[in-house]
Design a protein around this ligand. Structure first.
Ligand code: ATP
Ligand code: MG
Length: 298
């Protein structure tokens, strides 16, 4: 490819995840800035290798979408690992942005833009038969212009024939929908795309509340507490009246339907009054304003 690792100069660490470390890098000759995600692929660990190659496969299929993070190259590293060269998203993740604001909630008007852009990203992925399966604030990135893009395909999946109901996914489970958390009690036969809608609803609600909405503030998520909250909890999406507009409460309720069949689809949600009746230029301006107030200058 046109890129070599030796041509890239590390500037700083952008973030850490389960998969590895993400660096901000500069191309020595062109001065262009990128994000470089170094992924440890312990040579002996076949499943880890397979996961990395799945991420690369998905990035290749998804790239070029307006609301999916751009992908430039896969670069082999001297240690035998691989590094993914990605579009640099200057504003970082919405999770970091929330923490930078001291967990002060995002205003609804800015959330209308976040939700709309993330839904457009999901629509692009779903139209290419890609389920993300790990939508959460840490995997929604924002650039300096206030454009929100979906990132991190470490656990995404390209649907080929049917969805394997015994799929042993062990990533973050806090944002998992009831039918994925406990497949047995949901017949194992459900629409896989609906799981992304659940996670998006939860992510938007977290940005509105300032903390993960299914557990008491500050509680560490453990399997049992999540099981109770996700699978047994009543009216999860019920935002108390007075805490939000009717449109916002309605939107969250449509995303957080426990029965996946009752959950709204991405296309339906794009037409929901919370999104469709929002003043787009006003909500995008509000999001850029929030970004400016909380930028970290580096
Ligand atoms: P996890 O599986 O724990 O979510 P991960 O190891 O798969 O994480 P990513 O989610 O891709 O890795 O990246 C980890 C963090 O690095 C992100 O939450 C974000 O803060 C930062 N980051 C990742 N990609 C970019 C990018 N293109 N531009 C700017 N920051 C990024
Ligand atoms: Mg991530």
């Amino acid at each position: 490819s046109e890129f070599r690792l030796a041509d890239l100069e590390k500037i700083r660490v952008l973030g850490h995840g389960n998969g590895g470390t993400v660096y901000k890098v500069r191309h020595r000759r062109t001065s262009a800035v990128y994000a470089l995600k170094a992924v440890h692929t312990d040579a002996g660990d076949v499943s880890l290798r397979r996961q990395v190659y799945r991420e690369i496969d998905i990035l290749r299929r998804a790239t070029g979408s307006d609301h999916v993070v751009g992908f430039h190259a896969v670069l082999p590293t001297p240690s035998g690992d691989v590094a993914l060269l990605l579009e640099h998203m200057e504003g970082g993740s919405l999770d970091t942005l929330l923490r930078r604001r001291g967990r002060s909630p995002f205003p609804e008007i800015a959330l209308a833009s976040v939700a709309r852009q993330a839904l457009l990203g999901l629509a692009e992925l779903h139209s290419r038969q890609i389920v993300h399966r790990d939508i959460k604030p840490a995997n929604l990135l924002i650039n300096a212009a206030g454009v929100v893009k979906i990132a991190d395909f470490g656990v995404g999946k390209v649907l080929r024939r049917s969805l394997d109901p015994c799929d042993s996914y062990v990533g973050t489970c806090a944002y998992m929908s009831p039918e994925r958390f406990d497949p047995e009690s949901h017949g194992g036969d459900y629409d896989p795309y609906a799981a992304d809608v659940w996670s998006l609803g939860l992510a938007v609600l977290e940005l509105h509340r300032g903390h993960f909405p299914l557990l008491p503030e500050g509680a560490r998520p453990d399997w049992a507490a999540l099981m109770v909250a996700i699978c047994l909890g009543e009216a999860l999406g019920a935002v108390p009246e007075g805490e939000a507009s009717g449109e916002f409460r309605g939107f969250i309720e449509c995303c957080l339907q426990k029965e996946s069949g009752k959950r709204w689809s991405v296309a339906e949600l794009l037409g929901h009054p919370f999104i469709a009746s929002a003043d787009w230029s006003e909500s995008e301006r509000a999001l850029r304003e929030l970004l400016r107030e909380n930028s970290d200058e580096s």
